[in-house]
Design a protein around this ligand. Structure first.
Ligand SMILES: Cc1cc2nc3c(=O)[nH]c(=O)nc-3n(C[C@H](O)[C@H](O)[C@H](O)COP(=O)(O)O)c2cc1C
Length: 354
């Protein structure tokens, strides 16, 4: 089986290219990201609503979020033992530019950005030592981003995360492709993105490594995506079921209890499909609108008067442990989780020499 090899990107060494994907709201904060970075991988803080536990969150969400971001990045740095820390910032979020700037000011190593095309990212981050990493689900999106970045700033991605149809959270595929199982496979998309990046690697005069994400569970899955041309892997679901994950224990237990039929494609209010556990909350949302009681204007495209439910409130409830009243995002393999393990155990399993 193929082995993961360390990656040298600019002045940074990723000792083991296992990335823990950013998971919002509050699922991947300093505890999980710090532990993954310390294990030699890349730990990613979720940049969504980082101040959700702050006392001024509902009166001044922007200040609460930026303050919590600074604290979380600094805390993760203390835990990271010199390892690499990233933050996941979604393009669709209001105040995206301020969050990017705060993350850089707080000393983040890498900004990973998806849920839309992060076309402005290189204009916001001028420091070449902060690695810029778009998330794409097609070769077309990878090409569009490279062209736009190169034209506007001469910069190209330092790495590209390729997310396939088995991932958790919001997905870059149509609901039909996902439900009928006709979306391209992760390995096919990885190969296509690799081809499309060749011309840009020539322009950059360096490789643009690919990190494959979505449905990667065991050592065999790692080997398969490496065979297809990936240079590393990103996992979300497996890192939820760890001792170090920042979510409430009830959130982790929901994964352990889930059966294959509970893991479903849902239509998220942000207009994209997503994958989640079909719990009481999801069932209620299927039968009617759940009115919004409080709104902090977090997502640019959301209208609180018409949205089927408030996705941020739903995600905040589940991460705090109100798992029947909240939305529990998960990857297609969540039903396979049987127990809580440590980050170190996942690293040992996925790097086993076979
Ligand atoms: C609970 C949960 C929350 C997630 N939240 C985000 C997010 O806020 N932004 C994002 O870009 N991806 C998000 N993702 C996707 C992960 O970062 C990761 O790429 C994906 O889950 C990988 O697939 P896997 O879960 O099958 O390993 C989320 C995934 C999960 C399971």
């Amino acid at each position: 089986m193929k082995q993961l090899e360390s990656l040298q990107i600019g002045n940074k060494t990723i000792r083991i290219p296992i990335f823990q994907g950013g998971m919002g709201v509050g699922v991947s904060l300093s505890n999980l990201a710090g532990a993954v970075a310390a294990a030699g991988g890349v730990g990613t803080l979720s940049g969504v609503y980082m101040g959700y536990r702050e006392p001024d969150f509902y009166t001044d969400p922007m200040t609460a979020n930026l303050r919590a971001m600074d604290e979380q990045i600094k805390r993760a740095r203390q835990l990271a033992d010199g390892g690499i820390l990233a933050i996941n910032l979604m393009v669709a979020m209001n105040h995206y530019d301020d969050m990017v700037k705060q993350a850089v000011a707080s000393g983040i190593d890498m900004i990973v950005s998806g849920a839309g095309l992060p076309l402005n990212l290189p204009k916001l981050v001028t420091d070449p030592d902060v690695l810029l990493v778009p998330i794409v689900s097609s070769a077309r999106a990878a090409g569009l981003i490279c062209r736009s970045w190169f034209r506007s700033s001469g910069r190209l991605p330092d790495l590209v995360v390729v997310e396939g149809p088995l991932a958790g959270g919001h997905l870059g595929f149509s609901p039909e492709e996902l439900k009928e199982g006709v979306a391209a496979t992760l390995t096919d998309i990885v190969s296509a993105v690799k081809d499309s990046l060749k011309e840009w690697e020539e322009k950059a005069g360096r490789p643009i490594p690919i990190i494959a994400a979505g449905g990667i569970y065991d050592r065999r899955d790692v080997s398969q995506v490496l065979e297809a041309g990936a240079d590393g892997v990103q996992l979300g679901t497996r890192f939820v079921a760890t001792k170090e994950c920042d979510a409430d224990p009830a959130f982790k237990q929901a994964y352990i209890k889930a059966e294959p039929d509970d893991v479903r494609i849902i239509q998220s209010p942000v207009g994209m499909p997503g994958r989640a556990i079909r719990n009481d909350f999801v069932k209620a949302s299927e039968t009617g609108r759940i009115p919004v009681t409080r709104c902090t204007r977090c997502l640019a495209p959301c209208d609180p008067k018409t949205t089927p439910y408030c996705i941020s409130e739903a995600l905040m409830r589940s991460v705090k442990g109100e798992v029947d009243q909240g939305l529990i995002f998960c990857g297609a393999n969540a039903w396979r989780i049987e127990q809580i393990v440590t980050v170190q155990e996942i690293f040992a399993e996925l790097t086993e020499k076979k």
